[in-house]
Design a protein around this ligand. Sequence first.
Ligand code: IMP
Length: 177
Amino acid sequence: MIRFVTSNRGKFVEAQSLIEDLVQADLGYTEIQADTLEEVVLFGMRELSSRLDSAFIIEDAGLFIEALNGFPGVYSAYVQRTIGNSGILKLMEGIENRAASFRSVVGFSAPGMEPVLFKGELHGRIGFEERGTGGFGYDPIFEVDGRTLAEMELEEKNMISHRGRSMKALKRWLESR
Ligand code: IMP
């Protein structure tokens, strides 16, 4: 059994459909404001290591929009909470370059060992309107081959997504230990 420390049910469901051994732990931890997802994850893992006495993972993700020089990036949660998808669409008005990517960094920690990080990335485009009802967060405005992630079933999103990739890398590593 591995705890996935997150308050985000959508993330947990995606991860658990790939790694059955996961259980959600909604414990809360400090998410520092840093320049990279890796720093956020490493800080969170250090804090949680002193509180948990068994194996756990945490994950940090972000949306990086090329024409906005990588914004919202590490500020993705704050931007989603404040201006949301409609705010991003407004910021992108009149911008032709719609290229964007999602990145995911997942960290695994167990007592007596150094934390290990796994990464995943998904390239796509910011659409012109929100479409679809699946997924969460930025999914309705993030398109891959003309369809948004919110228009895909969970299995299909998992096959291509940043989180699907980082979780599958973790799974391979767990199986090879
Ligand atoms: P965090 O990893 O929880 O800090 O996520 C940062 C922000 O990106 C949150 O607002 C999430 O809702 C959003 N986000 C993270 N992963 C995804 C995803 O797979 N699709 C859409 N939005 C996401």
